[in-house]
Design a protein. Sequence first.
Length: 153
Amino acid sequence: MTRAPRGATGCWDGGDEPLPDTDIGLFRTACWEAARRVRGRVEEVSLPGGVRSFHVAALVGHGDPHVVVCHAHLPSVAFLGEPPVPGRPLSRFADPPPWSDVFEHAGLRPLPVEYLATPMSRVDVSELADAELRQMRYWRPEVLGDLLFNWWD
């Protein structure tokens, strides 16, 4: 069974210990190195809307852009086949590309599609805080990727 660590949803109550923040500088540096490898450039994606549990960057060069999302509180990244649509669950996760090792070197774990597609019925949520469990019951994510990369408020 796959385990969801505390902070997976990005939600917490005021009385809880604050969640750690992923070092956004590490994410940006890794994106620039990845863009160099694909002979492209980095575009930070500014998304309208409120709270989300992730940061987004697009690596633009030849061909389709590579969209990378970085969890705001866990040292993890995922890759998308298309840019996110504000408020909608992320779709079309893609397996880490060959150059994803730059994220590993930065201390960020690239997540494979198989992991992100794990049905919630096969995810151990015992480490999640009460606030996370409440949000999970309200939003009802279908797969682990929906739990990790969300727009919940």
